[in-house]
Design a protein around this ligand. Structure first.
Ligand SMILES: NC(=O)c1ccc[n+]([C@@H]2O[C@H](COP(=O)([O-])OP(=O)(O)OC[C@H]3O[C@@H](n4cnc5c(N)ncnc54)[C@H](OP(=O)(O)O)[C@@H]3O)[C@@H](O)[C@H]2O)c1
Length: 335
């Protein structure tokens, strides 16, 4: 893989916001970003202050010139997302990178927060889009801003535009499918009105982050024994085929900094910030939109039949309007 340093000029004082970076792909990318950036200002929002202490220590040793702020909060609640964003807005004039990967594996039924959004659905879609929406003014103030969601780019599928909140037949797997499809559509809609921002929706492929082991270890009742067997005897073999967290982190850094992913309308400062070296090519986005849908090896996944059918129905606008109405209701509900 090409190093991000060879792809773009090193920019001083980048401001980055990481959501879901206390483990897995987010943490791998966070460490690479801290190591390779010059005097970065990095905000990390998550719910585990204990995990954060060792992460902050490691970041400081990776790059003592960086500033690292951990904001402890339950990010499944949009009112908490708002507070985190307000704090960032009070301290920063721009945000260069918003990198989001929070999630947990569940096969369960609906489990709503007090704001009326299922927790797993919030983590993979509503929380991420609320951060994006709130930080748009700061992202637009950057010379080369990027929003990256690590989820299921290229795996978009048919969704019911009349039931985007999944009030009928909710299943966690269905919420994952809706999160994936809505992420791409919402990014397309946001890119229309924010043409200087690059939006990337990435499916990482199989990465050995330990998430499957944690899921298997949490199984109870009838499933507990087969899950334990799978965890200790089969998973180590399956994991041999997985990408490591370190490699996923390098790939994350590449997406965050490479000139392969320009926005629809780069600002003049942005063009200077991310110059393509000779021989390298700009990646294919969705029809010049600055929205990139990427598979495991960063292959472009612009043309999925389900997306084409949804676009004919004006789905981007419908999805975004529904998302905004969920935001209003949720924030109203939690006061
Ligand atoms: N890993 C793969 O093979 C793979 C494959 C396909 C798609 N993906 C997608 O890629 C993304 C990242 O996956 P990953 O494997 O890196 O995940 P991961 O290792 O499980 O990390 C998920 C992050 O989300 C946070 N999180 C989970 N529940 C939370 C909650 N209730 N409140 C706040 N934060 C919470 C975790 O915080 P804690 O550390 O505090 O738990 C952690 O920082 C996910 O969207 C996943 O669906 C991953």
């Amino acid at each position: 893989m090409q190093s991000s340093k060879s792809q773009s000029k090193r920019r001083d004082g980048l401001v980055a916001v990481f959501i879901g970076a206390t483990s897995g792909i987010g943490l791998g990318t966070l460490k690479q970003f801290a190591k390779q950036s010059s005097s970065p200002q990095i905000y990390i929002a998550g719910c585990s202050e204990s995990a954060a202490a060792s992460i902050l220590k490691e970041l400081e040793s990776l790059n003592p010139k960086g500033t690292y702020v951990f904001q402890e909060t339950e990010i499944t609640l949009l009112k908490n997302v708002d507070k985190v964003c307000e704090e960032i807005k009070s301290k920063e004039e721009k945000v260069d990178l918003l990198f989001m990967s929070p999630a947990y594996i569940t096969l369960g039924e609906r489990n709503d927060t007090i704001e009326g959004i299922d927790i797993s659905y919030a983590l993979t879609y509503y929380t991420r889009l609320r951060f994006t929406y709130n930080l748009l003014p700061l992202l637009n103030a950057s010379s080369a801003p990027r929003v990256i969601s690590i989820l299921g780019g290229g795996l978009e599928s048919e969704i019911d535009l009349q039931d985007l909140e999944i009030r009928n037949n909710f299943k966690a797997q269905k919420a994952m499918k809706y999160s994936t499809t809505q992420t791409t559509l919402a990014f397309e809609e946001l890119a229309n009105s924010n043409p200087s921002i690059t939006f990337i929706h990435k499916y990482p492929g199989f990465v050995n982050t330990g998430a499957i082991g944690r899921f298997l270890g949490s199984q109870k009742g009838l499933f507990a024994k087969p899950a334990t067997f799978f965890k200790w005897f089969l998973l180590p073999i399956v994991n041999l085929m997985a990408v490591s967290v370190d490699e996923a982190g390098e790939r994350g850094l590449f997406l965050a900094t490479s000139a392969r992913y320009p926005p629809r309308n780069p600002t003049s400062g942005g063009v200077e910030a991310t110059v393509l070296p000779k021989g390298a090519e700009v990646a294919e986005d969705i029809e010049g939109s600055g929205v990139y849908i990427l598979g495991p090896s960063d292959d472009s996944k612009r043309f999925t039949p389900a997306l084409a059918a949804l676009r004919l129905q004006g789905a981007s606008k419908i999805v975004w309007e529904c998302t905004l109405s969920v935001f209003d209701r949720a924030v109203g509900a939690s006061g």
